[in-house]
Design a protein around this ligand. Sequence first.
Ligand SMILES: O=P(O)(O)O[C@@H]1[C@@H](OP(=O)(O)O)[C@H](OP(=O)(O)O)[C@H](O)[C@H](OP(=O)(O)O)[C@H]1OP(=O)(O)O
Ligand SMILES: Nc1ncnc2c1ncn2[C@@H]1O[C@H](COP(=O)(O)OP(=O)(O)O)[C@@H](O)[C@H]1O
Ligand SMILES: [Mg+2]
Ligand SMILES: [Mg+2]
Length: 353
Amino acid sequence: MAENVRRYGIGYALEQKKEKSFIRISLINLAKEKGIDLIKIDTGKPLIEQGPFDCVLHKLYGDDWKRQLAEYKAKNPSVVIIDSPEAIERLHNRISMLQVVSELNIAQSKRETFGIPEQIVFYDVETLRDHSSWEGLKFPVVAKPLVADGSAKSHKMSLVYNHHGLSNLKPPIVLQEFVNHGGVIFKVYVVGEYVKCVKRKSLPDVSEDKLENLGGLLTFSQISNLASNERIDDKYYKKMHLDDCEMPPQKFITDIARGLREAMKLNLFNFDLIRDTRFGNRYLVIDINYFPGYAKMPSYETVLRDFFWDVVTKREVNRAKNSDAERGLDLTDFTCSGEGERKLMENTGSETV
Ligand SMILES: O=P(O)(O)O[C@@H]1[C@@H](OP(=O)(O)O)[C@H](OP(=O)(O)O)[C@H](O)[C@H](OP(=O)(O)O)[C@H]1OP(=O)(O)O
Ligand SMILES: Nc1ncnc2c1ncn2[C@@H]1O[C@H](COP(=O)(O)OP(=O)(O)O)[C@@H](O)[C@H]1O
Ligand SMILES: [Mg+2]
Ligand SMILES: [Mg+2]
């Protein structure tokens, strides 16, 4: 009987802009067909008074929101919070964000290798002005605000050609070696187990001989989101031919994505990857974003619908396991498959679904 079919509720708490781009009617309807209701959380009211939810999906920050999630989890221990604020916070700092890449324990193949660009963080103007502190730095560099909190300011970057450009920068700032990469970045979207790599345009290469004649710096913001006919600067920008650019091998990408997912305990993120033109098979992770613009990913609705299904049904299995365990039954034959085993984390319970 239709009325007896179990329905699942996923509460979402997103900024208005995010809600508009992500919670599309096509996604709502596809989830609904599968028995999953996407329910808007009223952030004007206490979370604890809302629901019940099988899962809470969120991209909101601040101590009050963190406290509300913890309170909700304490009262509803079986709810799945996607993802834990503590795990997300690592991505709000451009140093801790990339540290995780260096710590990945993946057997690197002989063909393709990966890492991060050289970078130095400056916390104050005095150190930035002190020539000895950036002596080893090779220009050009990309100056990135240390904080990556989603504000417009946190996306404001500068391509700095020489030391004259440094005087305009405001710490705390990360100076990262600019690596020529053929003007194309690879954006790797991760949704739980699912991994999808797409190509986007990026900054054009900078040649050594031109470096001398260029001004101090060039500022830009969210270059990969510019429409293909937009130009950051007519003088430097050439139209990129994304179709001509070869994709990195899928297995290589998937291995990095899975490694990052495990290490960060996050389910929803993407990372920006560039291919160093000096080597051709050397890749660098330059940015990791929590809950990115999935609506730009092909077939995002089905991918997300399937992910939601995995989350809520594995939660069902887990709940059954827990209540059977409470009754003292033997559960050895009733387990989720490998990846499906959820590892409960401390506090608000970040889970690898
Ligand atoms: O808005 P969109 O769809 O361009 O998505 C942004 C992402 O674009 P991408 O999917 O990587 O092309 C964007 O990625 P980039 O940092 O531009 O690489 C961020 O994830 C951004 O979130 P935040 O401002 O850092 O909190 C994302 O913004 P929010 O949608 O979370 O506001
Ligand atoms: N080390 C780098 N070398 C070359 N290009 C870079 C480097 N870092 C960033 N970029 C370019 O600048 C863009 C924005 O930098 P990113 O770190 O991704 O910031 P955001 O969080 O605003 O997306 C990238 O998409 C890429 O085009
Ligand atoms: Mg980026
Ligand atoms: Mg980013």
